[in-house]
Design a protein around this ligand. Structure first.
Ligand code: GDP
Ligand code: MN
Length: 381
């Protein structure tokens, strides 16, 4: 997971690396409000998109405070390498005297963490390496031993970091390394690391976290911004694999393949699925209920098609979940149900028993083809 610059800087700052004052804005009005509170006459507007080279692409502007809101309109809605700019980091303008570079990444070949530093910065590391090979330092750290002070000194010496900034940069590299380890990063970078009259600051920040570690990196997982709708966000929090689509037939199936096949059949019958929803293998009754609840809250849904092929998933458990859902959620929609596979008879019995007591709009079918046809007929079309 890649953190946005403003998020990376938040982490840096929390761990003692100095960053410029600033906040994120989502609208020109917010830009004005934030700019007002920052020191100086000018502020920097920085597009928050997850690609590098924003400066060159015109995604960064240094503007007078009084013009910040107006100028921000050019940045909002701009596209950088195909990504829409939806938020801007509004920062105090630093008085930059020198730009440097520090970064680190996993080095799988050497089974270590490779640290890079340079006394020139602002351009990407490949360019620094090509143009200033004599001003780059490189050190591979054994993560078991950790980072030794002498290694940092050698790194900065090789990078040609001037001695007046040595102490500050030394501290920053040490802190950055502990962030890298603590947050289980794959990559982190400060480019440029800048010298100003008031000290050394991280003027930019990158921090990419190993996706496989997110489950235990709670603090980072909170940074996650959902591109999707509220329903998708809620589905994810409940462990339901849900994607909203254009149509009006709500679909619940088990397994990605089964879900896709169900959607194909709906298209084949002339209907359009309202969503992709995979309850996965071995789904609990509660998960089935939560899925029904989710789908019924999508106003475009006119009928629900539940298509379960029990393998690990047991039909009786699914049936229990459905009965639970129908008795607790006020169901207005017709539901087409196909249950096959493990504990099919038991599942059908539970459903039929429910249908006897509650003659509603539930339709039990035998095959998925039949189910798709019925769903389209009942309101999908
Ligand atoms: P990137 O192009 O996506 O890597 O964005 P950066 O955050 O690295 O910004 C690009 C360049 O904008 C930097 O190298 C600086 O030269 C300049 N810049 C960014 N912030 C400031 C600032 O506060 N003051 C000044 N003078 N320049 C800045
Ligand atoms: Mn940069």
């Amino acid at each position: 997971m890649k953190l946005y610059e403003h998020q990376a800087k938040q982490v840096f700052s929390k761990h003692g690396i100095r960053v410029p004052q600033g906040k994120v804005a989502h609208s020109p009005a917010e830009v004005a409000e934030i700019a007002e509170k920052l020191p100086g006459d000018e502020v920097v507007l920085k597009s928050q998109v997850l690609v590098g080279g924003r400066g060159k692409a015109g995604g960064i502007a240094i503007v007078k405070k009084s013009e910040a809101a107006e100028k921000s309109k050019d940045l909002f809605g701009m596209e950088i390498k195909g990504l829409k700019v939806e938020k801007l980091l509004v920062e105090e303008k630093l008085d930059i005297q020198k730009e440097m570079y520090v970064g680190m990444t996993l080095d799988r070949e050497n089974k270590g963490i490779v640290l890079l530093a340079s006394s020139v910065g602002g351009m990407d590391i490949e360019e620094i390496a090509a143009k200033h090979p004599d001003k780059i330092g490189r050190k591979t750290v054994n993560p078991v031993w950790g980072l030794w002070d002498y290694q940092v000194r050698e790194l900065l010496y090789d990078a040609g970091i001037p001695k007046e900034y040595f102490r500050d940069v030394f501290g920053i590299v040490k802190r950055l390394y502990s962030i890298f380890v603590r947050y289980e990063a794959e990559l982190t970078e400060i480019n440029p690391l800048v010298v100003t009259p008031t000290g050394v600051y991280a003027a930019d920040g990158r921090l990419n976290i190993d996706d496989n570690a997110l489950y235990r990196q709670k603090e980072v997982a909170e940074f996650k911004e959902y591109a999707g709708s509220e329903l998708e966000k809620e589905a994810e929090s409940k462990g339901i694999n849900y994607v909203k689509l254009e149509g009006n037939i709500g679909v619940i199936a088990n397994g990605a393949g089964m879900s896709m096949a169900t959607m194909d059949l709906i298209y084949l019958e002339g209907g359009k699925p309202a969503n992709f929803l995979d309850i996965g293998g071995g789904a609990s009754a509660d998960l089935v209920k939560a899925s029904i609840d989710l789908i019924t809250r999508d106003p475009s849904v006119k009928v629900i098609f539940v298509n379960i092929f029990g393998g690990i998933t047991r039909c009786d458990v699914v049936a229990e979940g459905l009965v639970k859902a129908f008795s607790e959620i006020e169901m207005q929609l017709p539901v087409v149900l196909r249950l096959a596979g493990t504990n099919e008879e038991e599942g059908r019995r539970i459903i039929e028993e429910y249908m006897e007591k509650n003659p509603n709009k539930l339709v039990l079918v035998k095959t998925m083809e039949e189910g798709a046809k019925k769903a389209v007929e009942l309101g999908g079309g």
